[in-house]
Design a protein around this ligand. Structure first.
Ligand code: BG6
Length: 480
């Protein structure tokens, strides 16, 4: 087994269209779900408004103005040595309403220019089809992915971009973090994953899992069609991977862990194996859910399995069988603190070994290539206003976090046999935070001069981590 990262390892950074492009009404773009989400904070959840309303701040409207500044940003990515750049296509740039026959040529041309610029700089685009946004019209008219009609709209969109960028993009990702919405206690997830607005008194689990089924079918159809359009395409799924540890070796804790992990494995099981897993029936029964399938769905799922697994990894979690059903300390029922780990300012457990554990367990289960589509550290950065350093921000805490996680990836590859082919740092340039809508929750190695109210010059500058990552890539992970 080699002791190094693979030769053509895809080092890079990751973002999503709605979190950085801005220009939300330019180039014929239609409103997307991200455009009706207000700014929030660690304590104040974002609000989903009924359309764009006066008197609210909508941070995604401006993003960091990547739409106009992508050339400058790509030059910085190149300087860091990026081999790849993961972004998403904003569906409503291509189909402003989502249900049109004909795509918006201006929207297509924007991504032509973007992908051309990346390729000219030696950077492979890795493209997510739906990263937490769908055209808002699909929410208002069809109820989002509640409706089976969305399968057709998504497939038409996927076919359109697969065909258009056939020779520019090789790596595709279906739905970003499709499993987030299983947490129905936070309606923002159902909205961003599937365009679902819950109605008073309805069974949220039922609604969400039916939408998930539609997305799995749509995704499988897209994989099949994508491979017809270009057999060299590599199309992957994307799951938010938060490994869950049992609080103790009490057998009931072990079983609670197995049960909780089903909310993650369910997705990779279907995507990779092409059918609902054996535990799905009892899992749905426990949730009080009945998934309506149509004739032919099983066949579609079996014909559209993914080429690789991609995942985001930020933290791990712990479950206890003792916690009563009301306890939701760390994000889900029965979740408790991990006394062995430190937590970020937003309460995310910092656990590099959890990433190695994740890669090992996924490798054991599937023996599939893995792409780490997101890993990173959100923090309040302090600008070096006195000009004491040659960089804009001393973000040594971010470097520490990334160092430890990259080392964990290396160990999973070199010691445990995981087939990992890429690693993209989330928010490689500061972007709008998804959960809070803040701009002050920064992940970037490139600082953007903009505050939570959207004020600032938008100027870009290099943080300390910029130079650190440059060296990681230059040495292909030998010097971390
Ligand atoms: C992932 C998402 O959940 O985590 C990104 O795919 C998101 O869109 C990232 O930005 C970090 O979360 P946040 O809320 O800190 O921006």
């Amino acid at each position: 087994m080699s002791q190094k990262f693979p030769e053509h390892f895809l080092w890079g950074g990751a973002v999503a269209a709605h979190q950085l492009e801005g220009a939300y009404r330019e180039g014929g773009r239609g409103l997307s779900t991200a455009d009706v989400m207000t700014a929030g904070s660690a304590k104040q959840p974002r609000i989903i408004t009924d359309g764009v309303l006066a008197g609210y701040v909508y941070p995604n409207h401006q993003g960091i103005d990547f739409y106009h500044r992508y050339r400058e940003d790509i030059a910085l990515f190149r300087e860091m040595g990026f081999k790849c750049f993961r972004t998403s296509i904003s569906w409503s740039r291509i189909f402003p309403n989502g249900d049109e026959e004909e795509p918006n040529e201006e929207g297509l041309q924007f991504y032509d220019r973007l992908f051309d610029e990346l390729l000219a700089n030696g950077i492979q685009p890795v493209v997510t089809l739906s990263h937490f946004e769908i055209p808002y019209h699909l929410v208002k008219t069809y109820g989002g992915f509640r409706s089976r009609k969305l399968i057709g709209f998504f497939l038409h969109y996927a076919e359109t971009v697969f065909t258009r960028y056939r020779d520019k993009v090789k790596y595709w990702i279906l739905f970003n973090e499709i499993n987030n919405q299983t947490d129905t206690s936070r309606p923002i997830f159902a909205f961003t994953n599937s365009g679902i607005l819950f109605e008073e008194g309805e069974n949220r689990e039922q609604v969400v899992w039916q939408a998930i089924h539609h997305e799995l079918v749509a995704g499988a159809m897209a994989v099949k069609r994508g491979h017809e359009i270009n057999p060299d395409f590599k199309i992957g799924c994307m799951v938010a991977w938060v490994p869950i540890y049992p609080e103790t070796c009490h057998p009931a804790d072990m079983l609670a862990e197995v049960d909780r992990m089903h909310d993650r494995y369910f997705f990779t099981d279907v995507y990779v194996r092409g059918h609902y897993p054996g535990y799905a029936d009892s899992m749905m029964k426990k949730k009080g859910v009945f998934i309506r399938m149509e004739e032919g769905d099983a066949e579609i799922l079996s014909e559209g399995t993914v080429d690789y697994i991609s995942l985001s990894y930020y933290m791990s979690s712990v479950v206890s069988h003792l916690e009563d059903t009301d306890s939701n300390e760390r994000g889900f029922t029965g979740s408790v603190d991990n006394p062995y780990l430190k937590y970020s300012d937003w309460g995310w457990a910092i656990d590099p070994e959890g990433l190695r554990y994740t890669l090992d367990t996924l490798t054991e289960r599937y023996e599939k290539p893995i792409f780490i589509a997101e890993n990173g550290f959100g923090a309040y950065d302090k600008l070096d206003e006195k000009g004491e350093h040659s960089y804009a921000v001393d973000d040594s805490y971010r470097i520490n976090y990334l160092q430890e996680h990259i080392r964990a990836v290396k160990e999973a590859i070199t010691e445990d046999g995981a087939d990992v082919f890429g690693f993209t740092i989330w928010g490689c340039i500061d972007v709008v935070s998804f959960t809070t809508g803040e701009l002050s929750k920064r992940y970037g190695m490139i600082y953007v001069d903009i505050d939570d109210a959207g004020c600032g010059t938008l100027a870009r500058s290099r943080k300390k981590s910029f130079y650190w990552y440059q060296n990681v890539i230059r040495t292909n992970g030998e010097e971390v």
